[in-house]
Design a protein around this ligand. Structure first.
Ligand SMILES: N[C@@H](CCC(=O)N[C@@H](CS)C(=O)NCC(=O)O)C(=O)O
Length: 203
């Protein structure tokens, strides 16, 4: 088994944080995204959409999509449960995972693509799309601040994969992309300080 990884990118970091929380060790190989290694035919044979991370199993089959990779490990190693327990608990974690994806990662990704100097040579940027998605990102942060006002973690009172995904997303947005949350969002800051202090955050 091998996990194709890139230490520079947010989606592979989701999986590294998740694995650290589970105490799992998986052999990893770095893929150079700047050199477009993930867009070469041998990599596209593993993941036709070219994104990282990708988990290649010993039988040669490949799983891409960061959350799908985490789900694979969750099935093999159910404890501690990071995707919730019971019908309701699992649905709530999944709901928050989708909210992180749709309300935070999508707008941050759009600002990255349409508003960042590093992506300017890869795509014809639309400045209005960047501006619109800066505003959508701010709305997304507020959604999580409201949730965290009455819950310790993103999906409730225990740490779940939604926290791993949200942390990687937040750090990408606030860092490289340059769309940090407003300082008034104190519950989000409290959560960020807490999850960043966990050893898994270094993954
Ligand atoms: N939805 C996918 C996104 C994968 C993705 O877009 N990964 C980025 C790195 S964070 C990537 O490989 N970008 C370079 C490219 O697509 O060429 C996931 O969660 O794994």
């Amino acid at each position: 088994m091998i996990l194709y990884d890139s230490t520079r990118a947010p989606n592979p970091r989701r999986v590294r944080i998740y694995l650290a929380e589970k105490g799992l060790h998986v052999p990893m190989e770095q893929v150079d995204m700047l050199a477009r290694q993930n867009r070469q035919p041998d990599f596209l044979a593993k993941n036709p959409v070219g994104g990282l991370p990708v988990l290649e199993l010993d039988d040669g089959s490949c799983i891409s999509e960061s959350v799908s990779i985490c789900r694979y490990f969750e099935e093999l190693h159910p404890a501690p449960p990071l995707f919730g327990t019971g019908a309701k608990g699992k649905a709530i974690v999944d709901m928050w995972l989708r909210r992180v994806e749709l309300n935070l990662m999508v707008p941050i990704g759009m600002v990255w693509i349409h508003g960042h100097a590093l992506t300017a040579k890869l795509i014809r940027q639309i400045p209005e799309a960047a501006a619109q998605n800066r505003a959508r990102t701010a709305i997304g942060y507020k959604l999580f601040d409201d949730q965290l006002a009455s819950h310790e973690f993103i999906a409730g009172d225990t740490y779940t994969v939604a926290d791993a995904v949200a942390l990687a997303t937040y750090d990408f947005g606030a860092g490289l992309v340059g769309v940090p949350p407003d300082e008034s969002l104190v519950h989000l800051k409290r959560w960020h300080d807490a999850v960043s202090a966990r050893p898994s955050a270094k993954a």
